[in-house]
Design a protein around this ligand. Sequence first.
Ligand SMILES: *Cc1c(COP(=O)(O)O)cnc(C)c1O
Length: 731
Amino acid sequence: MTTIEHLRAKLPFPLKRLADLAYNYWWSWTDDRVSLFRNIDPDKWQESKHNPVELIDSTSYVRLTQLANDPVYIKRLKVLAQQFDNYMASTDTWASSVAPQITAKNPVAYFCAEFGIHESLPIYSGGLGILAGDHLKSSSDLGVPMVAIGLLYRQGYFHQKLNRQGWQEDYYIDNPFERMPIELVKNDRGEALTVEMEIRQRRVKVQVWVVRVGRVNLYLLDTNRDDNDAVDRWLTGHLYGGNLDTRIAQEVLLGIGGVRVLKALGIEPAVHHLNEGHAAFGTLEVARLEIERTGKSFYDIEASVRDRCAFTTHTPVPAGHDVFSSDLMDSYFAHYWPTLGLSREQFLALGARRLGDPWEPFGMTVLALRMCRAANGVSKLHGEVSRKMWKILYPEQPEDKVPIGHITNGVHARTWTAPLMADLYSEYLGEDWSTRVSDPQMWAKLDGVPNEELWWRHQVLKERLIAHTRSKVKAARSDRSEEQYRIDAADRLLDPKILTIGFARRFSLYKRADLIVRDAQRALEIFGNSQRPVQIVFAGKAHPQDEEGKRLIQRVMDWCKHPNLIDRVALIEDYNIYTAQKLIQGVDVWLNNPRRPLEASGTSGQKVCFNGGINFSVLDGWWCEGYQVGADGKGSNGWAIGEDANTSDQELQDRIDSQSLYRLLEEEIVPLYYDRDENGIPHRWIEMMKASIKTNAPLFNTDRMIADYVTQIYAPGTAASAVPVRASALV
Ligand SMILES: *Cc1c(COP(=O)(O)O)cnc(C)c1O
């Protein structure tokens, strides 16, 4: 097992600080980013999947001593290590002045089933995890005392490969824990700190790993110990794998186990923030501890538990919320409800939506709403949808008084802004631009950036995306033994001079990845146009059990093979944070066309804005708030597909939206892109790029989002005015 001491011992004297940097993901959002590590050995950096611990551990003594003799390298390391020390030690942070009540002893405890911090820590699947990662990074930057709780999945989320028929094949790989930037948490005796739980009528011992994300410690629970039953060792095997039984077991572990771990660590959270309902069982454990401490009854302490819990919902459809049958609940909780002093009926009522329905399953969102003093959706529209969906719990309230608010999602600017753009912002907006991202006046200074300057940087980023796409597609074709000419053709894929659209997200029906090929002939004329062509890069996985999603991928793969589109359409396999970065930093246009209102927020389009890309999206999620119309009635900072048209007839809606999509491409987007001056600079396009950055960046970033969470949710005295129907009233 590699540890920080092990790495330090291996490194020659002037390089020792590399070990501290390798074990804190802070490095991944500094100005320097990867270059200090990549310089050690670019090939090994690739092989290690950008994992600095593995990189250093596998670097030869010869190479390390070479670097240790390089004064330029040593100087760079010294500067970065100094920045790191200053960052970790600073006390006059934003949060210390705004919310001094939140302290290291009483921090925010943030619970989530997945965390997307970096591609070298693959314990995320998509949007929820990336949001959680960005949440921790901005909290750290703003100095919000926070710890986070998640699970350390042995094999993470599944990986995707496409076969020659374009069909998705799923597989898992072992995460190389022993060489990841994680450390086992030990007790006073130097042994692994563990907590015990009863799951499926067996004792399970849970150990804990810590990942450092700037100032935030992320604690990851792990059951893979040799003193656990072989079955239980796989409790933390896969993220969103398995069936409902695995699901409930993991949620018991995350919620109840998570609260036990916090107690074992001596942390008494001021607020437990449940990011999505997966961790909602944790509120019961908070209650159990309170009962144990005070000797009072559940109903007496219920309000004090509510006071310490907050909930963010992410799902705009009823079917997306986890519910468990009473049989499953019995098998997991029959030993537990007596410890709360509750009967079976009283206990099950905590997750029931209504009175007297014995078949009502146990809902995690219902439990969370009952047990949390604050609840929010993740965009304005999603807030409205959530109030409507959960009004049933608040029969006394008119819909607009249902106490579910909204805080619109954002992205961590320092993670998602390409270094080349960050450098431009430093020059024109000020060296401190990245600490003032919510200030619209600062962004207004973009007007002073010469168009040529913004354009060449954007074009270079596009070339980087194209290079990445070619190498991924080439490797995939070779892996599935395609003909040599097809493999070689990957070197000619895409062209930096052509208008480039990006589309990347989970392939599921409601996201309509095939909307753009609905009218195949019209699409062909747009993409295959010889004067003003268009190209598109797709990426994304379909959930292993989602056959429809897999068929969508197959359709797109078929489309890639059309003779007129051979160089114009590409799909990158196995979407992850790294590919996402390349995509959102390199595209001209970001396409998003979900069925309204099924996208709670979406964040990819926000990442695009920080890099000068322009959104082309259905007015759903965050884009409802971001999209602006100019005096000419057209979009001034992007485009809206299907405008406000809304029908419950899906077929009709798809037709309206696809026609709008084609019309906008043909009449607005393509002509604007190819309108060039004598030097080939598209000035009107670049004005739109600037508008995209200026209007969106100050709003849709996680510094603004965390400030909202701190002032509206975390700060004491922000209790909701209405309480849902008490569970006690149901029995
Ligand atoms: C940002 C991001 C997402 C979120 O996608 P949306 O469709 O915008 O919600 C998913 N996966 C990865 C890898 C990302 O970086």
